[in-house]
Design a binder for this molecule. Structure first.
Ligand SMILES: [Ca+2]
Ligand SMILES: [Ca+2]
Ligand SMILES: [Ca+2]
Ligand SMILES: [Zn+2]
Length: 677
């Protein structure tokens, strides 16, 4: 008898908790969807159908069946049903309701739905700037005084001694080191975004110190890194591998990290990455800053001369931390791909046969495009540079071979997406350190393949990777700080951990699930039988799943920026006055109303909004200043009373919201039952 009661309690408890947590089983992109792109909701619980509800009117605008999509998804162990609402193309705010399961987060359908992701992820680089004050004007609550002002001292292994000024550049990741090799794929990806799609990446209004100077802010941000990189080249053309402490700093603010930071020895991977980055920069900055462009080209050619003089990898076997040093190693025993990338960039910039011949002699050495780029393997960047480069000497046969390999590889990616419960380009085994960036780098290949082929599967599969990062994952989490209703809160990021501010620095992408459990926290929570995609924890100590890094944010900038500016019609603007800060006002509901009504609006940025309600003669009834958040719908409840609390007369009124740049007005009808005749 007691046992029965005990079991009743247990069953009651399970029922209760499954109701409370039911929303955890509905997966949508927490930002939302482009009007004309594919749209899916995933539900990891048996259910037959779903409804899409327009938030402000509470009206059902779409209803469809759910179908079984994956049974025992190999990466998560979940059984997943899928609903397709691609046919809903009307812009607005929505919620998905799955009867018997629950409701989703609110999301947006809009052409500009990813603008916020793009702006924040690019601004994320500004927050990583080293050696300068981050002022409140640009950094807000995350401001701090200049850090690491004595970079750097030659490490004894360089054979050199003393101080060599190497300020500027970005902190690499959750730590404060600066590593040339990881700058390589990062700068390469950011400059590629601008070079391929200048009309999508040319905004000059991202609120960094160089906003409004006439140069796209993406190029200003990269320039800050180039200024540091130029200081990392030795007189012999070789490039020092990194600038770090011997041991990682504790979780302190950057300006408090005053231990000696060393410049380590030259490596051929750093030298070749450097040559590639600066050769690419030379052609992109030519029209904005001819002097910088010349400096970059001279430095890149000098680096190439060093590589020619040292045909074998330097140091032998690749860079390794000397004894006594435990900061990031970025070791890589294969410098073939870095040299190939340097040759490709130098050829496209100069047209010089020396570089072209090197490229043509070596481009097939490890197959064509068959994997995405990463810090350790930049072959895909080399091949993409040749594929998308603009030079009359480009060999059409080589060009078409590379293009064919890209298209073929992207077909395999579409097939892989169709095997994955969450549409992600990661299969068991690929949930390694930085897995989120691995999916994003594949999305970059899909975008370029889409531009070449116009195959919509490539477009939508690339978008699926963004959806994955923004909530369509087993954790139902946005992996980007400060974006979405439920996002990473505790990144392994020293400034975020040390600043006594609850919200982490925004716009930073966490590494993501890591099935290899390469830190003690992951080992504590998971084991080898945990489904690979579940091996993630939002814990500050989980450096192997929850660190942030510049080479992970760079592909996020590329992919979110590509989809954020789909019209490609944005122009370089000058000054904050031209900032297109969008607000959108929705019809109040209920309307007409007798008791209370809700006025809802959306703002693309956090800002103060003036709300006014006025009558047919323009007399103000209500005037309020509201602080709008950009993450969700902002609401104002009104009970038909004026500023003094007095009930107003029945009739037609106007309501208006106004930001510094824009205003929108709609009508409402109030029925005052007590004073209507
Ligand atoms: Ca600018
Ligand atoms: Ca390599
Ligand atoms: Ca914090
Ligand atoms: Zn610093």
């Amino acid at each position: 008898m007691r046992t029965n009661i005990f079991w009743l309690y247990i069953i009651f408890f399970i029922l209760q908790s499954s109701q409370i947590n039911s929303d955890d089983r509905i997966f949508i992109d927490q930002k939302g969807y482009l009007p004309n792109a594919a749209k899916f909701v995933l539900v990891a619980q048996p259910a037959d159908s779903f409804k899409v509800i327009e938030s402000s009117s509470n009206q059902i605008v779409f209803r469809e069946k759910l179908n079984r999509w994956q049974t025992n998804d190999p990466a998560t162990g979940l059984t997943i049903n899928k609903g397709d609402f691609s046919d809903l193309t009307t812009s607005g705010h929505y919620i998905i309701d799955v009867p018997g399961v629950g409701k989703s987060f609110e999301f947006l359908i809009s052409d500009s739905v990813y603008l916020d992701v793009y702006h924040k992820s690019l601004k994320g680089f500004y927050f990583q700037r080293c050696g300068v004050d981050l002022t409140t004007e640009y950094a807000g609550v995350y401001s701090h005084t200049k850090c690491h002002t004595t970079d750097g001292i030659f490490h004894s292994t360089t054979g050199l001694t003393g101080f060599h000024e190497a300020l500027a550049g970005w902190h690499d990741a959750g730590d404060y080191g600066k590593y040339v090799v990881n700058a390589g794929v990062t700068v390469g990806t950011l400059l590629m975004a601008y070079e391929l799609f200048p009309e999508r990446f040319n905004q000059d209004n991202l609120n960094i110190p160089e906003s409004g100077n006439g140069m796209p802010d993406l190029l200003d941000e990269v320039r800050f890194e180039l200024e540091w990189l130029l200081k990392m080249q030795d007189q012999n053309g070789g490039v020092y591998h990194k600038l770090t402490r011997e041991q990682f700093a504790g979780f302190i603010l950057p300006q408090r990290d005053t231990a000696v930071r060393y410049i380590y020895q030259i490596s051929s991977t750093a030298t070749a990455d450097f040559a590639a980055m600066l050769a690419r920069a030379s052609r992109i900055y030519q029209s904005f800053d001819p002097l910088l462009s010349q400096l970059c080209l001279a430095a890149a050619e000098k680096a190439w001369q060093y590589l020619e003089a040292h045909p074998n990898i330097i140091p032998s076997g690749g860079f390794q931390n000397p004894s006594g040093t435990n900061t990031g190693e970025y070791g890589d025993g294969q410098d073939f791909d870095e040299r190939l990338w340097a040759a490709a960039e130098l050829f496209v910039t100069t047209g010089n046969d020396k570089y072209h011949n090197y490229f043509k002699d070596n481009y097939r050495a490890s197959g064509l495009i068959n994997s995405p780029m990463g810090w350790q393997n930049v072959k895909a960047l080399a091949l993409l540079t040749y594929l998308t480069g603009n030079h009359s000497a480009i060999n059409p046969t080589v060009h078409s071979q590379i293009q064919g390999s890209l298209i073929n590889y992207c077909q395999t990616l579409v097939n892989k997406r169709n095997q994955s419960g969450f549409h992600v380009l990661l299969e068991p085994g690929e949930y390694f350190w930085g897995s989120n960036s691995y999916a994003l780098n594949k999305a970059i290949l899909l975008i370029i393949a889409y531009e070449k082929s116009k195959n919509p599967d490539f477009y939508n599969t690339a978008l699926d990777q963004l959806h994955y990062l923004l909530g369509v994952n087993a954790h139902r989490l946005s992996f980007i700080t400060g974006i979405g209703d439920k996002s990473v809160r505790n990144p392994h990021h020293r400034p975020s951990a040390a600043d006594n501010i609850a919200e982490p620095v925004p716009g930073l992408l966490a590494g993501g699930p890591n099935q290899y459990l390469q830190d003690p926290i992951l080992k504590t929570h998971f084991n080898s039988s945990t489904p690979p995609a579940l091996c993630y924890i939002d814990h500050v100590d989980s450096y192997a799943s929850n660190e942030i890094a510049i080479n992970w944010n760079a592909p996020l900038v590329f992919v979110s920026g590509y989809f954020a500016n789909i019209s490609g019609s944005t122009n370089v603007q000058t000054g904050d006055a031209a900032v297109p800060r969008k607000i959108q006002l929705f019809q109040n509901y209920p309307n007409p109303f007798a008791q209370t009504t809700t006025i809802a609006f959306h703002s693309d940025i956090p800002q103060n909004i003036q709300l006014k309600i006025y009558d047919l003669l323009g007399r103000i009834v209500i005037r309020e200043t509201l602080s709008a958040s950009q993450e969700s719908t902002n609401r104002f409840e009104w009970d038909g009373r004026d500023q003094l609390g007095k009930a107003i007369a029945s009739g037609l009124y106007f309501y208006q919201i106004e930001s510094a740049q824009q205003s929108e007005t709609k009508k409402l009808i109030y029925l005052n039952r007590s004073n209507s005749k």
